[in-house]
Design a protein. Structure first.
Length: 279
């Protein structure tokens, strides 16, 4: 199944999703939906009991639901029950909630927006721009972030061409790049910024984003020229791309006398005067 992972927001609450390009439909994490619609302190237990009751009633929707691996709270890919839009509409009928009707409207809009974006990709960019603006980011930062997404997509496309598998292998190569240019693993980088599930790039300064883009773009170009055939060869190229950007970072730091890798988070990015530098 060819899937595009995304986090959708309903009333500022996160819902994990997967887009299936072959079937052209969204799949939503049922547990996340339960958390949004109910006040349950344990959405997993709520869904487990609801699933048992619906199965006992012969509900086919539950039978047709399946599991997909999604990023869990601990950052690892774990199997979780998902449902497509049609299945969710049916499941919502069994969950008493004042949020049910607004959620149905939101659900319909998510599906419609994706179809619109396939027909006109610029709409997706506009919506992403709008989302970042609402979060308080500057237009200058947003432009860099959007460019970084394009650069990342070119890199992952190149990795797929070279036989690199999505998931763990992508994570390992990304870690090689990050470590080579920033001298921190992705995990260490997120810890520095006090992040857990948040996207690291969403908490980088302009200069951090630029250097990360340079590392990934350079890795892409080297890979296209070298045409690696093994995973170890891909790792070597990832380190090479990251190292080139790392050398640039060191030169900038030498000239400015300031560290580039910062402890700043999203809130501090909205208030540049609060940005602190790594000591």
């Amino acid at each position: 199944m060819n899937k595009e992972t995304a986090i959708k927001l309903f009333n500022d609450q996160k819902i994990r999703t997967h887009w299936d390009e072959e079937q052209e439909k969204w799949y939503f994490s049922i547990i996340d939906v339960v958390a949004v619609l109910t006040k349950s302190v344990n959405p997993q237990a709520y869904w487990r009991k609801l699933k048992q009751r619906l199965r006992a009633e012969g509900n086919e929707t539950v039978t047709n639901c399946h599991g997909l691996k999604m990023i869990a709270a601990d950052g690892k890919m774990r199997l979780t029950d998902v449902a497509d839009t049609e299945q969710l509409f049916r499941l919502i009928q069994s969950i008493p909630s004042p949020k049910a009707e607004p959620f149905k409207i939101w659900l319909a809009r998510v599906g419609r927006e994706r179809i619109d974006e396939i027909e006109d990709p610029e709409l997706g960019i506009d919506r992403l721009m709008e989302t970042y603006l609402k979060k308080g980011y500057s237009k200058e930062w947003i432009n860099q972030r959007l460019k970084s997404i394009e650069v990342r997509k070119e890199l992952t496309d190149e990795w797929e061409t070279r036989g690199v598998k999505k998931g763990q292998e992508f994570t390992i190569l990304t870690d090689e790049i990050t470590k080579a240019w920033s001298e921190l693993t992705t995990k260490q980088y997120k810890k520095l910024k006090d992040l857990k599930k948040e996207n690291l790039r969403d908490h980088m300064t302009n200069l951090e984003l630029v250097l990360n883009m340079l590392a990934e773009a350079t890795t892409t170009e080297i890979s296209k020229e070298k045409k690696p055939k093994t995973f170890n060869q891909n790792k070597k190229i990832a380190r090479q791309g990251g190292t080139i950007s790392g050398n640039t970072r060191k030169e900038i730091e030498e000239k400015t006398g300031k560290k580039i890798v910062t402890v700043s988070n999203a809130k501090e990015l909205q208030n540049p005067q609060k940005v602190k530098l790594k000591k």
